[in-house]
Ligand binder design. Structure first.
Ligand SMILES: [Zn+2]
Length: 315
């Protein structure tokens, strides 16, 4: 009796380590690929490219700062169960490096979407020597590369739907190009003297490069270091001197720094306004116009046009 019980139990006890059971059942809409992603931009990208064959679990919701985000135990366990783990890379997720390394060592299917981008295409950080600007979703070419890369990763993981992932990645890349073309036209109404974008941190370097805007962030390409009083003073001096009509807040960063710049500008006798809140490192919440990548870009463009075409005396 005991032997019979053992024979019945053994496969149950050790079944999880047999090679057969490590193979995943075929992916279908009822049994989608489990993908864990970090930022909301990547979550949206995976959803678009993966369609009905992926179930995406995004770790960072609206308003979450990826530079400071720390994974919870629940996040790590979600990653351990995932078929694919996708993160931005280039040290955007500054506090998660050790976790990605661990997942990699344990043979997990973990990838940086920025992996494979040639360093020549990247902006170099002025404040952190040897670092590249990680905010690649604001460059059309880089985000297209990210889309193709996600398509390839999904195609390799789930070969059954490889053709569909590649086709969806290509169509997503086309839509990114069209989106940026329209945004370029929309932003062209901003007069030459006002084409300066001042935000909480340097998330908009690629955006500035794509749309011909000079960009100044109060904090550098990471938010890990707060701006000091000299940073606030220098930026205020610049804004007052050049009569830049508006400063912009960011949805994932405290408004305090930019508010301090505004006060310092006003003290210099120039009436600068807060032009609104931009979505730098996170998309908007559910139901908001910036809920998707496309909506985020459009919303940012509208906010910037409104802020930088306003005459100072109207504020
Ligand atoms: Zn950032």
């Amino acid at each position: 009796m005991f032997h019979r019980l053992l024979i019945v139990l053994l496969p149950l006890l050790f079944g999880c380590v047999t090679p057969e059971s490590n193979e995943r059942a075929p992916v279908s809409t009822a049994n989608p690929l489990k993908v864990v992603s970090t930022t909301s931009m990547i979550t949206d990208l995976v959803q678009q490219v993966g369609g009905e064959w992926v179930a995406v679990h995004g770790l960072m919701g609206p308003g979450v700062d990826p530079h400071l985000f720390q994974a919870s135990e629940g996040d790590v366990s979600a990653m351990s169960r995932a078929d694919v783990i996708l993160y931005n890379g280039l040290h955007l997720e500054g506090k998660m490096g050790a976790i990605f390394e661990q997942m990699h060592e344990r043979g997990r299917n973990v990838h940086a979407v920025a992996g494979g981008i040639a360093s020549n295409d990247l902006l170099v950080s002025e404040r952190y020597s040897g670092s590249f600007d990680p905010h690649i979703w604001f460059d059309p070419g880089l985000w297209q590369q990210a889309a193709y890369r996600v398509g390839e990763i999904l195609a390799t993981t789930d070969s059954l739907h490889a053709g569909a992932y590649r086709a969806r990645a290509a169509s997503y890349a086309d839509s990114v190009a069209a989106l940026f073309e329209q945004a370029y036209i929309d932003l062209s109404v901003i007069p030459e003297n006002n084409r300066v974008l001042i935000t909480s941190h340097d998330a908009f370097g690629y955006f500035g490069r794509a749309f011909d805007l000079e960009v100044h962030g109060l904090q550098g390409i990471s938010t890990a270091l707060e701006a000091g009083t000299s940073g606030i003073r220098d930026l205020a001096e610049f804004v007052a001197e050049n009569q830049i009509p508006a400063l912009f807040l960011e949805s994932s960063i405290s408004p305090r720094g930019i508010e301090a710049v505004k006060e310092a500008v006003m003290a210099r006798g120039f009436n600068v306004s807060i032009g609104g809140t931009l979505y730098g490192d996170a998309l908007g919440g559910p139901g908001s116009p910036a809920e998707t990548y496309r909506g985020m870009l459009k919303t940012n463009v509208e906010t910037i046009v409104r802020g930088l075409t306003r005459r100072p005396e109207q504020s």
